[in-house]
Design a protein around this ligand. Structure first.
Ligand SMILES: Cc1cc2nc3c(=O)[nH]c(=O)nc-3n(C[C@H](O)[C@H](O)[C@H](O)COP(=O)(O)OP(=O)(O)OC[C@H]3O[C@@H](n4cnc5c(N)ncnc54)[C@H](O)[C@@H]3O)c2cc1C
Length: 412
């Protein structure tokens, strides 16, 4: 077992840090005060990130796919600097699915994907279906060559500015269907929600009213179509023979874990590392302040009660990171254990970040509460983490069910 980053991973982390500090950090305060980014601002952000290899073009995807640890490093580092930006970029992931789209979709959208100009969102939550997403009411009924979508989605990150939505709905047989909904082709309405943290990241509702989505945008069909076309596989840089062999394995794994669980395992591992990044920012700021702030004639870092808080913050941050990387490693292998570990990591690390950022304010005293310092934002941003992608309570129930076995689901 090797806990060290490789030389390449260390170089990657150093280059991301330098980029974030130079190009992203200067934007944070003003945009957080302004509120949710508009589409133009978000696209310019996405284009900046492409410079360091974070894009949905094939070259960036291949580079990122080669080493999932780099994805973890990127998440940690981005959340250390600016969670709102990290959310906008990360939740644009449905843009990557355009590579599996129909010829028509690829012709229209791939040039924009190449320039990293496509903003995506992932929509499952509904007003009456939050933790219990089986209560979902949005329908996608197949009528000839199109699905007709009706329903409302809520709390969707990027919804007000997204070009593309990966939508989860019920089909005519009541089965889950995943559709890639392109706003220009299948128009829908949105509104904006305002929230405690991640203030620069737009979040909103989506209203589908007889929205027509081409049948060819069904995600499972897109995957099957691509994998059964050797020319397309070659264009994607995949070996057709290997891909032919791996399709049944992929489908089998997806069937075992379900598409939704595969997506959630990645999102939850990412959330754990996001929390570790934010905790690290609060810990770093507190260490610096504890050395520099003097009271009773000594730096406050010499007081044992301050050291106790620093101990707690360090152990919570380090444990979050270890759990996050283990969950990411299992998710990248599509290992069924990823469900348990990603929930364990997400539940633990997000609560840990709330405690770490709370203590960071305490160590800073009055200035910790001032918006002249980033501590109050760290705390607000950390508080956001315990709800999306499954609340802490739901993570506990998933872990309980995974540990105890099928008959023990608390919410079945
Ligand atoms: C900032 C933000 C961004 C988001 N982004 C997205 C997105 O991009 N896409 C998307 O689809 N969704 C998104 N969501 C929605 C998010 O996934 C839901 O908010 C979350 O699943 C909780 O649902 P809810 O808010 O309806 O709370 P509820 O499900 O109503 O829960 C209320 C409370 O009851 C508890 N509870 C519920 N059931 C149980 C149970 N069985 N046992 C014990 N306690 C229980 C919960 O833990 C919580 O404390 C986002 C949410 C936020 C806040």
């Amino acid at each position: 077992m090797d806990f060290d980053l490789s030389e390449d991973q260390k170089l990657f982390r150093a280059s991301i840090r330098e980029f974030l500090e130079k190009e992203i950090q200067p934007l944070v305060d003003e945009q957080e005060k302004k509120g949710p980014m508009g589409r133009e601002e978000a696209v310019s952000l996405l284009k900046k990130f492409q410079k360091v290899g974070l894009g949905f073009d094939l070259e960036s995807l291949r580079a990122m796919g080669q080493d999932p640890v780099n994805l973890g490093i990127l998440t940690e580092e981005m959340f250390r600097v600016w969670p709102s930006a990290a959310g906008i970029v990360g939740l644009s992931f449905p843009a990557a699915l355009i590579h599996l789209g129909s010829e028509d979709m690829r012709r229209r959208l791939l040039p924009r994907v190449e320039r990293n100009e496509v903003i995506g969102c992932y929509a499952i939550t509904e007003p009456e279906a939050g933790s219990d997403n089986r209560a979902m009411r949005t329908t996608a009924i197949l009528d000839g060559d199109a699905y007709v979508v009706n329903g409302t989605k809520t709390w969707i990150s990027n919804a007000p500015i997204a070009d593309l939505c990966l939508l989860v709905a019920n089909d005519q047989e009541g089965n889950r269907v995943f559709l890639l909904v392109e706003k220009e082709v299948s128009p829908y309405e949105t509104s904006t929600l305002h929230k405690l943290g991640w203030r620069a990241a737009p979040t909103g509702e989506i209203y589908f009213d007889n929205c027509q989505v081409p049948r060819e945008n069904n995600l499972l069909e897109m995957i099957t179509r691509t994998f059964s076309n050797p020319e397309r596989l070659e264009e994607l840089g995949l070996d057709p023979e290997k891909a032919k062999e791996s399709l049944p394995r992929l489908m089998n794994l997806m069937g075992r874990m379900s598409v939704e669980n595969v997506i959630f395992a990645f999102l939850r591992s990412g959330m754990a590392l996001a929390a570790a990044g934010l905790s690290q920012a609060a810990l770093d700021a507190s260490l610096e302040y504890a050395k520099q702030r003097t009271q009773f004639g000594k730096p406050i870092g010499r007081f044992q009660l301050i050291q106790e808080m620093l101990y707690d913050m360090a152990v919570l941050t380090e444990t979050s990171r270890l759990l996050g990387y283990k969950a990411l490693w299992l998710s990248a292998r599509m290992d069924p254990q990823a469900r348990l570990m990603s929930s364990l990591a997400k539940g633990y690390a997000c609560e840990a970040a709330v405690k770490v950022t709370y203590d960071a304010i305490q160590i800073h005293g009055g200035v910790g509460l001032s918006d002249e310092y980033p501590l109050e934002r760290y705390f607000r941003d950390a508080r956001m983490l315990t709800i999306p992608d499954g609340t802490t309570e739901i993570q506990k129930l998933i872990v309980g069910r995974e540990l105890l076995g099928k008959g023990f689901s608390a919410y079945a």
